[in-house]
Design a protein around this ligand. Sequence first.
Ligand code: ZN
Length: 467
Amino acid sequence: MPVAIQPAGNEVGRKHYLDTVENLVSLEHYREFLGHDAEDLFAISDQGKLALWGVTPGTNGVNISKYQKLEPGDTVLFTRKGYVYSSGTITHLFHNKNFALALWNQDNKGQTWEYMYALDAIQSHEIPYQILRDAIGSDEGDNFMGFRVLDGDKSDAVLEILNRKNTSYPRVTERGPQDPPRIGERFKNRHAIWKAYGGQKYQGAAVFPGENFLNIFSDADGPYPDFINDETGVIEYRGQGLVGKQVLTRGNKLLEDARLARSPVRFWYKPTKGQWTFNNWVVVTDRTTVTESDTKDNKTSRFIWFLVPVESENSAEWNTDILSAPILDLPIDEPELTSNYEMLLENYSKLSRKFKEEAVGTITSSKPLRRYKRSREARDLVIARSKFKCEYTKCTGMPPDVDSQGKPILQVDHIKPLSEGGSDSPNNMIAICPNCHVAKTIGKNKTKIAKEFIQIVSEKELAMTKK
Ligand SMILES: [Zn+2]
């Protein structure tokens, strides 16, 4: 059952909607224009009154074939100013130019809305365009200009939305062409963002002309996907530069400036095969360096930037943790703990103890904002301890696949969650495969599993101390 989308947002559309849908048309009043449609129309009318709409032929008759796909029983959506504001069911379709001229006159191209239909079961809605776009898979720029008839799958998705009971959506106003992007707003690709705002089209860090905000782009399909911590939302963002040692110039300089100024930064994210979304505002709180292979397989030094989510661009709304923390005075080349797993393993006991002593709940004693860097280092240490195998002794099997960097798929879990006061140190952390992670998070035996995890980790730590 096709669904038609019928824009009625401009002045003419709004007037027509008021004149012939909201206020029903009295057929008697137009009897002389009805011609051979008179009998049918009176038959379906409610005591001679009907809601009517029409479509112009369009340039080169573009609308006619679309109109011809419609049948009685199909649904029409009326859109304006960012919303689907009503829907109706088609009860009858007919072509009547004289009647259309009498009702609506003609448009500025000399056409009239002669491909007509009668409507019934008209309902009000307040469905934002984004919901409609999501349902039919159209991109951000789609503002539903022009008459369109959706194909089967898309129609089904739209009907599902209309059938939702008692759903209210947050108020939105459509973004004007000059307005900044909104949180959650999606763009098909970087080109679409560039078209909307200009500026840099390819770099991971860019400032739009006329603004001071930095925009950070993180692509899940990128050569080095960024780590997003599920528990804290903190993003470990790889610095700019694919080949060779990264230095504090260009994109990295922009990130460093944002860190030193503690200015709000837009974080854009593109999931695998998805669209670019302005996810949230972040603050650059810290950085560290790691050694890893570049695209030419040379060991090189890279920045990791720690981006902490904040409510908005307005610093008055930020968490006091962030506001009260000192802005760190970091050397250009800060020595990293190490990301060499063999070395980590050799020094495991010493390092684990250090982490344990430093960690008080989720906050390290002296420098609160370094906790994100610490957290990463603790995670690396746990991965080293796991030797890239799920640490759960009852694991029934790791996924055979590796991640995009060729590493086994392991997730480092806080056995007692940070949110419950768990310590951010390796003795409270375990590297497990996604299967075991799910079991521990939502499984029936999750409490029992957590106890087993504590046991496993303490036995491992003990064995490593003895060695
Ligand atoms: Zn496992």
